[in-house]
Design a protein around this ligand. Structure first.
Ligand code: PGA
Length: 262
């Protein structure tokens, strides 16, 4: 049986000023300093605070730092963009294909794949987000959408790359800032999606590689619902937006995830 180390990832989006981001980081550092952290934890601040926040967490080594995006090319005339060469060595993870980028900046599946492969080449673990819109869900096309997104992703990977990747199932309609219905996905449905992704991975590669793939759930994760998602088989952690901005709430989520695995 392959052991997958759970991952709790905090996506700070563009919610915090530089000063506020440093305060949250310092408070997280204090709160986790003397605790055993038996899962992987990463926070993803905006680019300008990455290096200072990486330095804060480097002292205890309990929390990793990730970027929220990267460009799909190593260098070039891309005003305002950030290259993997500018973040590798500073971050261990990088979110790619978040729905907000797909929606607002028109990021395509192909760009997401290029970003993921480029990151891996530079030793950064991509956290690849995918998920259906509310319309796709209502039309009964959620599984079709996920299948299409993972098939494209896996087709571009080799076996070694697959085992280093993190995939997040994040239904767009469930993200707190987009959640107009107040509905949250049933944890059993999320587990079915995780199983589907793992079956596709086993088909492209083999069972062992598929068993090693980490699959997270994202979308309105809080300390009062995380245990339900973590209680389902095949869910290896969570991507947290809003709740990750509050150190106490984020630590509570980490603790719940840890409780689910012991
Ligand atoms: P949320 O955000 O936890 O606030 O829903 C998650 C995300 O967008 O990654």
């Amino acid at each position: 049986m392959v052991h997958r180390r759970p991952l709790v990832a905090g996506n700070w989006k563009m919610e915090l000023s530089r000063k506020a981001a440093l305060e949250v980081a310092m408070s997280l550092q204090k709160l986790t300093r003397d605790r055993d952290v038996i899962c992987d934890v990463v926070v993803c601040p905006s680019f300008p605070s990455l290096s200072e926040i990486a330095a804060i967490f480097a002292r205890s080594g309990r929390i990793a730092v990730g970027a929220q995006n990267v460009h799909w090319q190593e260098k070039g005339p891309w005003t305002g963009e950030v290259s993997v060469l500018q973040i590798a060595g500073m971050v261990q993870y990088c979110i790619v294909g978040h729905s907000e980028r797909r929606e607002l900046t028109g990021e395509t599946d192909e760009e997401v794949i290029d970003k993921a492969t480029l990151l891996m080449r530079h030793g950064v673990t991509p956290i690849v987000c995918m998920g259906e819109t509310l319309e796709e869900r209502k039309a009964g096309r959620a599984l079709e959408k996920i299948t299409d997104q993972v098939e494209k992703l896996f087709a571009a990977m080799n076996r070694t790359a697959l085992t280093k990747l993190v995939v997040v199932y994040e239904p767009i309609w469930a993200i707190s800032s987009h959640n107009t219905t107040g509905e949250e996905p049933d944890p059993r449905e999320v587990a079915e999606v995780a199983l589907l992704i793992r079956k596709i991975a086993a088909g492209y590669f083999d069972q062992e590689a598929s068993d090693r793939l980490r699959i997270l759930y994202g979308g309105s994760v809080r300390s009062d619902n995380v245990a339900a998602y973590m209680g389902e088989p095949g869910i290896d952690g969570v991507l947290v937006g809003g709740a990750s901005l509050h150190p106490m709430k984020f630590v509570e989520i980490i603790q719940q995830v840890q409780r689910a695995i012991v």
